[in-house]
Design a protein around this ligand. Structure first.
Ligand code: ZN
Length: 583
């Protein structure tokens, strides 16, 4: 495992990994770019090819290639390893062959079911009539692999049995079910079938829409060993590329809406699966985009769902806007009535969340109602800047009851907003509050030693001193010195910093070491700078020791140093003295 990680570290370059998502500019040894983890106006993220790490000076996000993939794609460490290994063309050892076989069998059973549904669609009069009636053309049927579950109880059951699949397993996959006597029957009957693939394209579930007037209108696979409903978005396998390219996604309600949008050329459309948008689905979107346009139905249910989705998406750190459907329409019906241009126009004319919420509020209460004004502060407090807040307050002010002077009304409204903001702050955890800019609490002399340690030519020279904890006074330098000793007890680290910085424990000290290399970029640490720094550190240390021990001579200091560090009276230890004496 750790071999594989090292191999990945050596093959994957942090700069090219980050540049896939962030435009980077070279400055000195580093690259800088806009931080994707907070709304960034001036580039505050540095990417250091030397350390293999990125760091945002504004929000504090930082780490190595694995942290980057974990944060950007919202996956755990094991998954990040898989993703990076695949990228780098490294074959990971199969850790559990039996589990892999089981998974393969399940996927094959799902594929068999899809084949049965697609064959049935081609043969069924009922299904073909329905497609014509819904105006779903053959190329769409093909692209979205639509199928039909015949209106009989054993079509799929028989096929699965004949092909040697375990029916008990198939039940786990929501393909068949058992009746009271223990006999198996098809779970989907008389339905238009939508295969649901995850973002990687693996077939994980089905949605079935009744043909005709039966109930329920839709049946969707419940969670199975292959499928977590809350973690899959319908259409993501088609939409992933376009979403990643534009960093935007269009969120719609149902299968046919997704298909309608894609047919109209809006290739970023996805849908949650018959339920309200889940937090995991918002996280999934955040892997691929920064902005989500919500396009739900114009009815009350759709508008309520929009409010909920706005809050889920905002919590996930996504920017949102709301596209407004003409009343009584959904994307599918709009496409049929007004064609591609009509649907495109609606999707593109989206409004900011605050405008949407104020519009909803206005539909709930007239502006003369106190309840309207009671809810205004919470809504407008979402404004991202003072300027934006002002714009909303000035727009609202003329309607504010009881105060005819708009300036006074703005002032009064602003006071309400501030009060609301204070309430919300104390009531909830502030999300992603900008971390204070990290300053390394270390003297420049101390920093020079560690900077030399990461400089290939000076490493041998600096290694020994970096471990001489007594040389340092700043607590962070002392910790770092100890961490270097622990990570490299037998000799200096080898190779580029990016390949060994992960051995420094804990993470916070890796950050410190990485920051030192950032901080030091203006000044070059060469042999002379190092010698100078060591000379001064030595003098200070000697002075400290003489004060502490009331012993003033250098020899006893170094004797003491060797004893305390457990250094033998070796050549290396003598070098310490030589180096000090030489300068
Ligand atoms: Zn940031």
């Amino acid at each position: 495992m750790s071999d594989e990680r090292d191999e990945i570290r050596q093959k994957v370059d942090i700069v090219s990994l980050v540049s896939r998502e962030v435009a980077l500019r070279k400055t000195g040894k580093n690259f800088v770019g806009l931080c994707p983890f907070h709304p960034d106006k001036n580039p505050s993220m540095t990417v250091n090819p030397l350390t293999g790490r990125y760091k945002c000076w504004s929000c504090g996000a930082g780490g190595d290639i694995f942290n980057w993939v974990m944060a950007r794609q919202n996956v755990d460490f094991a998954e990040a390893i898989r993703i990076l290994a695949k990228d780098a063309g490294i074959e990971l050892q199969q850790r559990d062959p039996e589990a892999a076989k089981k998974r393969k069998d399940r996927e094959t059973a799902m594929d068999t079911a899809l084949m049965v549904f697609r064959e049935s669609l081609a043969l069924s009069r009922v299904a073909q009539d329905y497609l014509r009636q819904r105006e779903i053309p053959p190329d769409v049927v093909k692209e979205w692999e639509l199928g039909y579950a015949p209106d009989q109880s054993d079509a799929l059951t028989n096929r699965l049995m004949r092909d040697g699949f375990s029916l008990a397993e198939s039940k786990l996959l929501f393909l068949v079910d058992t009746d009271a006597s223990g006999g198996y029957y098809d779970k989907f009957r008389g339905r238009l079938m939508f295969p649901i693939r995850d973002e990687r394209g693996t077939l994980v579930a089905f949605g079935g829409r009744v043909i005709g007037n039966g109930q329920p209108k839709y049946i969707n696979s419940s969670d199975t060993p292959l499928f977590r409903k809350s973690r899959v978005l319908y259409g993501m396998n088609h939409a992933k590329g376009p979403i990643q390219e534009t960093r935007r996604a269009l969120l719609v309600e149902g299968y046919l809406d997704v298909i309608a949008c894609h047919s109209a050329g809006i290739r970023t459309a996805v849908a949650s699966l018959g339920t309200a948008l889940a937090e995991d689905q918002a996280d999934l979107l955040r892997r691929w985009c920064d902005h989500v346009v919500i396009l739900y139905d114009a009815d009350e249910a759709g508008q309520k769902a929009t409010e909920r989705a706005l809050s889920v998406l905002a919590t996930a750190g996504l920017q949102c806007s709301v596209a407004l459907m003409p009343s009584g329409q959904d994307p599918d019906s709009l496409l049929k009535q007004q064609g591609t241009a009509g649907l495109l126009a609606v999707a593109e004319a989206s409004i900011p969340p605050i405008d949407f919420l104020l519009k909803r509020l206005g539909e709930k209460y007239p502006v003369t109602d106190d309840r309207f004004w009671a809810e205004v502060p919470e809504i407008v407090s979402r404004a991202k800047s003072e300027l934006e807040l002002d714009r909303y307050l000035m727009r609202l002010a003329p309607q504010y009851p009881g105060i005819s002077d708009p300036i006074a009304a703005v002032r009064s409204l602003r006071a309400m907003v501030l009060r609301k903001k204070r309430e919300m702050k104390t009531g909830s955890v502030a999300i992603a509050s900008a971390a204070p800019k990290v300053r390394i609490a270390m003297t420049s002399r101390e920093m020079a030693v560690f900077a030399a340690l990461v400089t290939t030519d000076l490493r041998r020279e600096a290694y020994m001193f970096s471990r001489a904890t007594n040389l340092f006074t700043s607590p962070i330098a002392i910790q770092l010195s100890k961490a270097v000793s622990e990570a490299f007890p037998n000799g200096p680290p080898m190779g580029p910093l990016a390949h060994w910085i992960h051995l420094i424990e804990p993470e916070s000290l890796r950050e410190t070491l990485s920051e030192i290399t950032d901080d030091i970029r203006g000044q070059n640490v060469d042999h002379h700078v190092l010698i100078d720094a060591l000379q001064q550190l030595k003098e200070h240390a000697a002075a400290r020791v003489s004060q502490e021990l009331k012993v003033g001579d250098k020899a006893s200091y170094f004797g003491d140093l060797k004893r305390r560090k457990g250094l033998p009276d070796s050549e290396e230890a003598d070098d310490v003295e030589d180096l000090f004496d030489s300068s």
